[in-house]
Design a protein around this ligand. Structure first.
Ligand code: ATP
Length: 328
């Protein structure tokens, strides 16, 4: 078990330039042992570049990265013994069977004799590949291939797993299987950093999410905090008995409530707060003001919407900062 007082992954002011392009532009984060963290961002945001540096496959232009307290640039071999890396593309091993492939990597990692046989058997069992042990890799489905790739990353029982887009191109069943394996690994104490540009998929399996945009971290927190923090407002659906015009008029009088939409039996309102006590006070005032409320509930904000709101805020800030000062 890794030392729980040392971050499993620690990134400090990481930069990676390709010529003039700042692919990673000052990323910092700390990930505690045993957590599953989603790394989210659009195509070209800087996920793979960051992960490749974490996996000792590339060098930072500037900044430091430590895995379990060990610097990736100074001690890459030590770091490699602690990490399992699953790249976004498989590589070409079409001439090998599943068992030959795992056995090859187990040998390369220094396993021998019965120890090697046991390790390969355990991995095939965990990834549910035992019935496919003699299948050629080029006959595997995408989902089976991803399980094999994950198996390869697990051979040396690493503390930290870095998985680049493991669910890309998988059908729903294969995704569920992959999610299940990742949750088991987390319960076993492993730290998992997993990238994707599909937010909802990550939200289900991750303890927290790191959002990257143009090489910078723009948000960090749980899926719930993202939904709350994105806009600072709450949408409420209200159904009332009787004349629904009354609630629209009521909303116009309220300083913190805006009418979003009129519905068949009520309205959708936007409250300028995410605090539960403020939301509760809105309901209290409706009742006090004589509205016959039949139903009152907060609408779940979609993660994608929340992310787009955050991006919008950042772009607005950037545009403001870029504006030349007015000359008198
Ligand atoms: P995707 O979801 O498409 O994989 P990503 O978030 O993983 O995107 P990166 O692959 O890290 O993004 O790329 C970040 C930026 O750096 C992109 O503009 C990419 O074109 C550029 N880039 C990545 N590797 C190199 C390289 N070796 N040489 C030049 N530019 C590179």
């Amino acid at each position: 078990m890794p030392d729980s007082s040392i971050p499993a992954i620690e990134v400090l002011n990481l930069h990676r330039n390709f010529g003039n392009l700042k692919a990673v532009d000052g990323v910092s984060c700390k990930i505690n042992p045993g957590t599953v963290v989603g790394f989210v961002g659009a195509n070209g945001a800087g996920k793979t570049t960051t992960m490749r540096i974490l996996a000792t496959l590339d060098y930072p232009t500037r900044g430091t990265v430590k895995i379990g307290g060990i610097d990736v640039v100074q001690y890459p071999a030590k770091v490699r013994s602690k990490i399992g890396w699953m790249p976004d593309s498989f590589g070409t091993y079409s001439h090998m069977t599943v068992i030959e492939y795992l056995d090859f990597f187990a040998r390369a990692l220094g396993f021998s004799g019965q120890d090697r046989i046991d390790r390969v058997t355990d991995i095939m069992d965990f990834t549910d590949l035992d019935s496919l042990s003699n299948r050629l890799i080029n006959t595997l489905s995408k989902g089976m291939g991803q399980r094999l790739c994950l198996g390869r990353a697990l051979i040396h029982d690493p503390d930290v797993l870095i998985l680049d887009e493991p669910a890309a191109g998988l059908d729903p069943k294969a995704r569920v299987e992959l999610k299940h394996l990742i949750r088991i690994l987390a319960e076993d104490g492993k730290t998992v950093l997993i990238s994707s540009h599909i937010l909802s998929e990550l939200a289900e399996m991750c303890d927290s999410l790191l959002f990257i945009n143009k090489g910078k971290i723009i948000h960090e927190g749980s899926a719930e905090s993202l939904k709350r923090d994105g806009s600072g407002t709450t949408i409420i659906r209200v159904e009332i008995h009787g004349n629904k015009e009354k609630i629209a008029e009521w909303a116009q009088m309220s300083p913190i409530v805006k009418l979003k939409e009129t519905l068949k039996n009520g309205v959708r309102l936007e409250v300028e707060s995410v605090e539960p006590e403020v939301i509760a006070s809105v309901l209290g005032r409706m009742i006090k003001d004589g509205l016959s409320v039949v139903e009152f509930h907060r609408e779940e904000r979609k993660l994608e919407d929340a992310f787009i709101d955050i991006l919008g805020e950042i772009e607005a800030q950037e545009a403001k900062a870029a504006k030349p000062p007015k000359l008198n």
